[in-house]
Structures are given as structure tokens and as C-alpha cells.
Design a protein around this ligand. Structure first.
Ligand code: FAD
Length: 384
């Protein structure tokens, strides 16, 4: 039976919860809003299925394939504008929907908490489009996806690398009608911290919230902004450098404990495709660097490459050296655990969001100068 002896290891993927034949595992929220499995020992028959599917205990089987890296973006300007990177997710998802398939991904609920949902129409993709920097709750979507796969319908399942590892283990076999796509992942913030941030925004707007975008491109892709619209028409917008939630996220102050030692890092993945922000695309293809967003796509299987080939007429794309993938630091490396991470979360439960961020997430001047110097010297050494 699955026992969480070390909370820092559990990624919260819901594979154990999904596979239990007696449904005796509940996913319970801790004080930060992260979910962990709790086994009802009175019902458990100790079949160990939950241990067998856990991606922390058991890595999924990887296919024998030489990874390929591709720079790509959607030729549809509207899709590209409303996506975090180049909108490749939407293009791939659309082709699956056109074949009568379904798409699973992360969406906001009416309270702006994040859950995995299934979508079966092109209009429905709106809900999945764009990064949400909060851990998405898988709930029953692994089970729903498996039922659809068994019926022969195509399924596109998108999620964080640990969610895809958990899903693949839960399925236990490959399906020809399944495409899985993960992301290069910085880590997932705590729903509690996100909830506190939203409360502060509601207070500022003096309104309930109508719409949230983490990656608004009005000031360009590189200077993306968090944009929140109130139902009263007021808008709060700040770049990722100024926004308090993004400061806490990018300073690694509120990630799930397992994100600091992520078991799903590496270039070899269980997914068919990995999508990421191709920030340094200009070093590989200058033409693609128009500040409107480009995906770095890493194909891990022949199936992944095949679906990308199927949408070639809808995307601008070009193969790039695998160095592009390796230079994306979170591909292989977990975020570093700040010594005062728990202090930040505890302080936040007693203070305002602004106070907590000011106290724990302000980058000291000397650190900013060092980062700038490193960046400039990297650019100069590349030009030589
Ligand atoms: C939490 C998170 C961290 C990321 N960290 C990095 C990083 O460090 N470096 C990097 O290069 N790229 C990172 N990305 C990926 C990148 O920002 C883009 O999401 C990716 O390139 C796809 O962009 P797109 O324009 O093709 O599609 P988009 O439409 O922007 O992507 C939407 C897809 O992302 C999925 N998604 C959104 N939020 C979540 C969530 N909370 N949990 C699971 N799936 C979600 C949706 O289901 C959908 O499939 C991260 C994304 C997320 C969600």
C-alpha cells in the first residue's frame, strides 16, 4: 500500500488514486493545497497496484528513439497570441479533435483553481490554452482517458512531466490512439499561495474576477504580463518581473516540495512530445525571433514526430541542434529549494501578499548586478 513516508517525494499525480481496484485511496489536501494519497486501511487488500504505478517508485518504460528538437510556432496569429509560447499545443490538439478525438489538459474553474478537464471541441480548447502556474488537479481524468482509449477514439493528454509519467504507468501499456505531451517544467506553485494572491487582487479591483492570463503578450512575449480582469471591467496587469505571484514563483518560494527534486527531469521522457519556451531561438534561427512566441518541441517517439509532420502546413518550423534542449536549464535541473521557503508560506498565512513578497522575494541589488554581468558576458562569448 502506498505510504507517504517522505512527503517531499510524492508528486501528486493521482496514478495510485486512479488505479486502486477498491477505490480506497483519497487525495487529500495539505495546508498548502497540494494533494497527497491517503489509504483507507480498513478497505485496502494490499494488492500493491498503487506502488506499481507510482512514477517515483517505478519509472515508466521509455521508447528507443533518438530525440529531435524543432523550433515551431502556429501560423495562426490569433492562436499564437493567446498561447504562452508559439501555440503548438493548440495546433496539435486541433488535429486530434478533427479526427474525432478528445484533448485533456489544465483549465481554470469558476474560482480560478486549476483542474484537468476533457475537451471535445475546438471552441473548448480556449480553456486549456495558456500556462497556469498552479498545480493542476488530475482527479478522475486518467480513468476517463483510459475508457476513451479503450473505445478506440484518439486521445491527446497534456500535462506536467510527472503527470504524464503517472498517466503512462497507470495505463500500463501503449495505445496507438494516444498522444502524450508534457512541458519543460519549472515546478508547480501551491494552490494556497495562488488563492491568497487572488484574494489580494479581488481586494485591489474591488470585484470578483472574470478572466486570468498568466502570459499576456501585449508588451511582447519576452516581457510577458499577468493580466487579471474583474467583472466590474477593471484590469490589473503587471509584467512577470513586477507581478507578486510571479516573483514568488520565479524565486521558487511556493513550489510543491517534490519539485525541488523532480523525478521526471531529463531529455528522455515517457511522453511523445515535450513543449517549452524557446527563449534563445535567435541563437539557432534568427528569423524566428519576432518576440511573438516560439515553442521548442522535443520529439521523443516516432508517433510524436508523425503528428508534428501532420501539422507542418499550419506551423512555421525548423529542426535545430539538440543543444537547444540542453540549454533550457529546467529540462534537466530541478528548481533550488530556498532556505526560507516554508517561512514564506507561513508568513503569508498571517500577512498580506504584498508584505510576504516584499519580505521574502525581493532580489537583492548585488544579485541583480551579478545576473546582468553573467548575461552580458555569455552574449559576448557567443559572438566570438
Ligand atoms: C507550470 C508550468 C511551468 C513551465 N515551466 C517552463 C519552464 O521552466 N521552461 C520552459 O521552457 N517552459 C515551461 N513551461 C512550458 C511553456 O510555458 C509552454 O506551456 C509550452 O511551451 C507550450 O506552449 P504553447 O504555446 O504551445 O501552448 P499553450 O497553449 O501555452 O499551453 C497550454 C498547455 O499547457 C498545459 N498546462 C497549462 N497549465 C498547466 C498546469 N498547471 N499543469 C499542467 N499542464 C498545464 C495545458 O493543459 C495545455 O496543454 C511551463 C508550463 C507550465 C504550465
Amino acid at each position: 500500500m502506498i505510504q507517504i513516508l517522505d512527503k517531499e517525494k510524492c508528486v501528486g499525480c493521482h496514478a495510485c488514486y486512479s488505479c486502486c481496484p477498491l477505490q480506497c485511496i483519497a487525495m487529500e489536501e495539505d495546508s498548502e493545497g497540494f494533494r497527497y494519497p491517503q489509504v483507507n486501511r480498513d478497505v485496502c487488500i494490499n494488492c500493491k497496484k498503487c506502488e506499481d504505478v507510482c512514477p517515483v517508485v517505478q519509472k515508466p518504460v521509455l521508447q528507443d528513439f533518438s530525440e529531435v528538437s524543432i523550433a515551431a510556432y502556429s501560423k495562426d496569429e490569433q492562436i499564437r497570441k493567446s498561447s504562452s509560447s508559439g501555440g503548438v499545443f493548440s495546433v496539435l490538439a486541433q488535429v486530434v479533435l478533427k479526427h474525432g478525438g478528445v484533448v485533456f489538459g489544465a483549465a481554470f474553474d469558476s474560482d480560478f483553481q486549476v483542474h484537468h478537464i476533457m475537451v471535445d471541441s475546438i471552441d473548448g480548447l480556449d480553456k486549456l490554452r495558456g500556462s497556469k502556474y498552479v498545480q493542476s488537479k488530475i482527479e478522475n481524468t486518467f480513468k476517463e482517458a483510459k475508457e476513451i482509449l479503450k473505445s478506440g477514439r484518439k486521445v491527446y493528454f497534456s500535462g506536467t512531466p510527472c503527470q504524464i509519467d503517472g498517466f503512462k504507468n497507470y495505463l500500463g501499456r501503449d495505445y496507438d490512439n494516444l498522444i502524450t505531451q508534457d512541458i519543460i517544467c519549472h515546478g508547480v506553485p501551491a494552490p494556497f499561495v495562488w488563492g491568497r494572491y487572488l484574494d489580494s487582487v479581488r481586494e485591489g479591483l474591488n470585484s470578483e474576477i472574470k478572466h486570468v492570463t498568466f502570459r499576456d503578450k501585449a508588451l511582447g512575449w519576452r516581457k510577458y504580463s499577468v493580466k487579471i480582469e474583474g467583472i466590474n471591467g477593471k484590469v490589473e496587469m503587471s509584467t512577470f518581473l513586477e507581478n507578486p505571484m510571479m516573483k514568488a514563483y520565479l524565486r521558487d518560494m511556493c513550489l510543491r516540495p517534490s519539485c525541488y527534486n523532480c523525478p521526471s527531469k531529463g531529455v528522455r521522457r515517457s511522453s511523445d512530445l515535450t513543449l517549452a519556451d524557446f527563449w534563445n531561438v535567435s541563437e539557432f534561427i534568427n528569423d524566428f525571433d519576432d518576440n511573438r512566441g516560439t515553442d521548442l518541441v522535443i520529439c521523443h517517439t516516432a508517433k510524436g514526430l508523425e503528428i508534428l509532420n501532420e501539422v507542418r502546413s499550419e506551423i512555421a518550423c525548423q529542426e535545430v541542434d539538440m543543444r537547444a534542449a540542453y540549454e533550457n536549464i529546467p529540462l534537466n535541473n530541478s528548481s533550488k529549494l530556498p532556505a526560507n521557503r516554508d517561512d514564506f508560506v507561513e508568513f503569508l498565512s498571517k500577512s498580506t501578499f504584498t508584505e510576504a513578497v516584499k519580505k521574502f522575494c525581493t532580489i537583492p541589488m548585488y544579485e541583480r548586478i551579478i545576473t546582468k554581468i553573467k548575461l552580458i558576458s555569455k552574449r559576448i562569448s557567443r559572438r566570438k
